[in-house]
Design a protein around this ligand. Sequence first.
Ligand SMILES: [Zn+2]
Length: 152
Amino acid sequence: MTHCVVYFFGDPEAVSRLVGKRDALTASWVVRIVPSTNGNGPHRLTPQKIAEVVTKTSAGNYALGRVQENGFCVLYVGRSDDDVAKPLRSWAREHTRYKAFVFSYAPHPRAAFDKECEDFHDLGGTETLDNAEHPKPPANADWLCPRCDLYG
Ligand SMILES: [Zn+2]
């Protein structure tokens, strides 16, 4: 049984009662409702699609996973401090099991780090994600995780 997390992109009202429960079809935990109208995905993880939708060179966050019945199952979360398209392109080149992505821009690198930490914890940490370890701040920063004692 998979133990992943679903971003529903159906009608937020209709699915909001599912948060905190298991999705009956996929047995995935539903932790968040994300309207699909914001343009942030899910998108197919291909170089062409990345070039098409990630048009700003900006710090940002992304999640990799797969699209299922009516949601997006997150398997990996990441960030970039300067260009969120860059790690997405390298993931796409590696032809991994990740077939889709969502992303968002961040106003500055610190915001990207905070969001990556929040996502990492919200989505189950290393227990359920493929992430091998807790998100790390850039080498020259002494930022603290907003959610736990790591880097505190
Ligand atoms: Zn933490």
